[in-house]
Design a binder for this molecule. Structure first.
Ligand SMILES: *Cc1c(COP(=O)(O)O)cnc(C)c1O
Length: 432
């Protein structure tokens, strides 16, 4: 039996579902207007007119702040540079530690290294995949300065508990909300609980402008520091005679073109989310009919954005390995991710503690580190990643309810064939 035809009969889905262009006439018209104006960026790297950018950049900042209900929006050119900016705005640097989830895109943790501080990884909840607030205490040290929490896959973390802990211990909270725009807890927007929240406008995200990032904050001083870091702040503070502020800036500026695309996409966010939620609800009720598969669990009062649809697989119930299940689903036309990114402390950069050539900097600044990144540091996330988690990408444009039903038909076919797959696995497959 070949790997491409694990099961008998025609695959449920014969042709792959293509990636669809979500750019409409609105985005095109807006871009053409900017092109005709000739002002593709109006930023100037000096104090005064132009320091805060052109009209469209200011407009996207206003629209994001308005939509999510905060005072200040700062646009940048990616969520990665947004993270770098947010950490630097909090004056976190050499000798500091930042508590962070290990189950997130690498940038969430590397942005800490970019500021010469050191990440300390905090295990996740097995139901939500998000940072577990009960694990924070264990890793707290006098060097802890902040918590960076990712709202993963579209679900807000337990932000009320995390904020309570942070307030008690005087820590900043930065929310990495790249995956969860429009997700809420009791009506309050994810990305607005922390001191700073960051959003992504990268091509792969729920809404996008190709590349781009937004920082939201209610704190005026942090907003000012973000603006400085985005645009060569070391120069500007001198020009402003601001002798209180020490800052190292860069060029993280968004163009007017990206701003107008983002403005149009933001208007479409609610519509995209409505569709994602409808598809996801259908998928959840279908999946939960199977003992050994668990669809998304949304805690009471939470709303999910379904950037990724995570499924938990129980090999004891199915009698086959996760890899076999994924291979069979792929053969039926529905490729699934096995796990997500590997828990970040297992990356070579942490295992070898080599960031800047052969030095151990910035790890070398920490005496008696609370964490050494060994395998087993965060057992819940390791188990989810290695054994249980499957990630599906079927709740976005252009998927329809029929595609969800096809997905569930493929699951049913695999379920009916699990004995056959078990035999196949024994004979020819050595996945984990
Ligand atoms: C995509 C993503 C980022 C980085 O976003 P960019 O805009 O591509 O830099 C950061 N954090 C998380 C959780 C992400 O999913």
């Amino acid at each position: 039996m070949s790997k491409l035809a694990l099961l008998g009969g025609a695959p449920v889905r014969q042709t792959a579902i293509p990636w669809t262009n979500t750019m409409g006439e609105e985005e095109k018209a807006a871009v053409i207007k900017v092109m005709e104006s000739g002002t593709l960026s109006a930023f100037l790297g000096r104090a005064g007119e132009g320091f805060l950018g052109g009209p469209k950049v200011k407009e996207i900042e206003y629209e994001f702040a308005e939509k999510f209900g905060v005072r200040h929006g700062i646009s940048v050119n990616s969520a990665t540079t947004a993270l770098h900016t947010a950490i630097a705005a909090c004056e976190i640097g050499p000798g500091d530690e930042v508590l962070v989830t290990p189950y997130t895109m690498a940038a969430t943790a590397t942005a800490i290294l970019m500021n010469n501080a050191v990440p300390v990884f905090v295990d996740v909840c097995s139901e939500t995949y998000n940072l577990n607030p009960n694990e924070l205490e264990k890793w707290l040290t006098p060097r802890s300065k902040a918590i960076i929490v990712t709202n993963l896959f579209g679900l807000p973390a337990n932000l009320p508990e995390i904020m309570r802990f942070a307030k008690k211990h005087g820590l900043y909270v930065i929310e990495d909300n790249a995956q969860s725009p429009g997700a809420t807890i009791n009506g309050r927007q994810a990305g607005t609980f922390g001191d700073l929240g960051i959003f992504s406008l990268n091509y792969h995200k729920v809404i996008h402008s190709g590349e781009g990032g937004i920082i939201l904050t209610d704190n005026e001083k942090l907003a000012y520091r973000c603006q400085l870091i985005r645009n060569h702040g070391e120069l500007i503070v001198d020009e402003l005679n601001d002798s209180d502020t020490v800052v190292l800036g860069s060029n993280y500026r968004m163009t007017e073109l990206h701003a107008v695309i983002g403005i149009e996409q933001l208007k479409k966010l609610d519509g995209f989310l409505k569709m994602r939620r409808k598809l996801a609800d259908r998928l959840t009720s279908g999946l939960n009919k199977y003992g050994g598969l668990k669809g998304v669990t949304v805690p009471a009062g939470y709303e999910h954005s379904y950037y990724v649809y995570p499924i938990q697989f129980d090999k004891a119930v199915w009698g086959i390995k996760r890899a076999t299940f994924a291979a069979a689903m792929k053969a039926e036309g529905f490729p699934l991710g096995e796990g997500y990114v590997k828990p970040l402390y297992l990356l070579k950069i942490f295992q070898h503690k080599k960031v800047y050539n052969q030095t151990q900097y910035p790890f070398s600044l920490i005496d008696n580190p609370v964490q050494d990144y060994h395998k087993g540091t965060c057992p819940v996330v390791e188990n989810l990643h290695e054994e249980r988690l499957l990630s599906a990408d079927v709740c976005r444009v252009p998927y329809h309810e029929q595609d969800i039903d096809d997905f569930l038909a493929a699951v049913e076919k695999v379920w009916q064939s699990r004995q056959e797959l078990h035999e196949y696995e024994k004979n020819s497959f050595s996945g984990s």
